[in-house]
Design a protein around this ligand. Structure first.
Ligand SMILES: Nc1c(NC[C@H](O)[C@H](O)[C@H](O)CO)[nH]c(=O)[nH]c1=O
Ligand SMILES: CC(=O)[C@@H](O)COP(=O)(O)O
Length: 155
């Protein structure tokens, strides 16, 4: 049975990262994890470009524009949406995932969802390089694999 399976070699791949500044004490750790993973898998320093946005709510519009350039094999979105005292969390986190998924399907460019959506700061810290790993590193690896499987399919 013919199977398309992307490897984890990032040589010759190009990525854009969209990073929200909100909760940047977490976001910066996710960025570190993503960059470390990309470069350790062969992605060149000058093959990664970064766009910073104020908050997670602004990620989709920027991710879409980056994807539409056709310059990137994938767009990695990073940030941390941490629940507060109001329903605002639901209005930020809720549409974010569906918006990013839609951009990926519409543009044909993988949009990786590396935005933490947590109830507590502790949960975010655990997923930004401590006992629950680093979500930025996780999605960077997923970006390499997805980019490579698409290259196989598209020939
Ligand atoms: N509360 C968080 C936000 N809120 C800000 C929004 O993302 C947006 O920038 C604002 O509503 C203006 O449009 N953003 C995060 O990334 N994380 C949060 O926890
Ligand atoms: C995710 C948010 O928007 C949230 O952190 C904002 O906090 P609050 O609900 O207390 O205004």
């Amino acid at each position: 049975m013919k199977t398309y399976s992307g490897d984890l070699i990032g040589t010759n791949l190009h990525f854009a990262i969209v990073l929200s500044r909100f909760n940047n004490f977490i976001g910066d750790r996710l960025l570190e994890g993503a960059l470390d993973t990309l470069h350790r898998h062969g992605v060149a320093e000058d093959s990664v470009e970064l766009a910073r946005v104020p908050g997670a709510f602004e990620i989709p519009v920027v991710a879409q524009e980056l994807a539409k350039t056709g310059k990137y094999d994938a767009v990695i979105c990073l940030g941390a949406v941490i629940r507060g005292a109001t329903a605002h969390f639901d209005y930020v986190a809720g549409p974010l995932a569906s918006s990013l998924a839609s951009i990926g399907v519409t543009t044909g460019v993988p949009i990786l969802f590396g935005v933490l959506t947590t109830d507590t700061i502790e949960q975010a810290v655990e997923r930004a390089g401590t006992k629950a790993g680093n979500k930025g590193a996780d999605v960077a690896l997923a970006a390499i694999e997805t980019a490579n499987v698409l290259k196989l399919i598209r020939g």
